[in-house]
Design a protein around this ligand. Structure first.
Ligand code: GDP
Length: 294
């Protein structure tokens, strides 16, 4: 996803690296190039501006100018700031029982796939996750979750196709869970092509009923700035506790991933990097920064 950004950053820093002694002008020129690279990658304008200002302030500091290898120090500052921009440290899920995780997001973002990926991962960690299909609009989504659940051997609650009351489904699933010997539940909810009030109203009701420890927004990183505004909308509506960025394996420009944390204030907890169940990792800001700068 970050190939083009990585190339542009590489070329911006190459000029600096070539010079033993660097001037303020060298630094300003390089950072101007970096700023353009960020904007080209679809990073939010104010985020990019503030980011560059932070890097610049440190880069122009005395310690850097007087160091033996100033360019290396500047790349290090950039790396650290990028890590901070992405959230600093990985923030793990709150899994204290009864741990209910509600997955929300637009259609096609990857909610159903991610619900199964997360279940598989938690199972691998020795937990006993349960899946609940709460998309009452698309019977295909219920079937899709049931198929994935079977594949990863995780129990799944599926409502009747005629069911229309989401809170009733949630209630029934809690009853079902009692017999499953598990309290860690992942609820896959309905999405829409775009945010609409009816959907939000229903999700709010479900959220109120479940009082989930985690409400994860599944966001398609390839949708760029739109992903960030979607995150804000869902957060206002149901209060998200974290973000799962999907499709980081694609060739979109990646800027949304870089703006997401700052603009929403919510941690990116996981990353989807492919269609397969195992293409799923904890999101580690430092590793991601390293990859971008590699
Ligand atoms: P939902 O409508 O939000 O439930 O989305 P789905 O889970 O049905 O996913 C929509 C499509 O995106 C499917 O074809 C998934 O295989 C695909 N998908 C989900 N996550 C990823 C990812 O991380 N990378 C890629 N390349 N495809 C993904």
């Amino acid at each position: 996803m970050f190939n083009s950004l990585s190339d542009s950053l590489d070329s911006a820093f190459k000029n600096l690296r070539g010079q033993g002694k660097i001037s303020e002008k060298n630094i300003s020129d390089a950072l101007r190039e970096v700023r353009l690279a960020l904007l080209e990658a679809d990073v939010d304008f104010t985020v990019a501006k503030k980011f560059i200002a932070n890097v610049k302030e440190q880069a122009l500091g005395e310690k850097v100018m007087k160091s033996v290898k100033p360019s290396e120090l500047i790349v290090k500052i950039f790396h650290d700031e990028l890590t901070a921009l992405l959230g600093g440290d990985n923030e793990p899920l709150d899994l204290t029982p009864p741990a209910r995780i509600m997955m929300v997001g637009l259609n096609g973002a990857g909610k159903t796939t991610t619900s199964a990926k997360l279940a598989a991962r938690l199972k691998k960690e020795g937990r006993r996750p349960l899946l609940v299909a709460c998309d009452l609009y698309r019977p295909a989504a219920i079937d899709q979750l049931a198929t994935l659940a079977k594949q990863i051997d995780v129990p799944v609650y599926t409502p009747d196709a005629s069911e229309t009351d989401l809170v009733k489904v949630a209630k029934d699933s809690l009853k079902w869970a009692e017999g499953q010997n598990g309290t860690l539940m992942i609820f896959d909810t309905a999405g829409r092509q775009e945010i609409d009030e009816k959907l939000i109203g229903e999700l709010k009701e479900l959220h109120n009923f479940l009082a989930p420890k985690e409400t994860l927004l599944v966001a398609d990183a390839a949708t760029g700035q739109q992903a960030v505004s979607v995150a804000n909308h869902f957060d206002e509506a149901v209060g998200i506790t974290g973000i799962v960025l999907t499709k980081l394996d694609g060739d979109a420009r990646g800027g949304a991933a870089l703006s997401m944390r700052t603009i929403t204030g919510k941690p990116i907890k996981y990353a989807g990097e492919g269609e397969k169940i195992e293409d799923f990792t904890e999101f580690h800001p430092e590793r991601m920064a390293g990859r971008i700068l590699d």
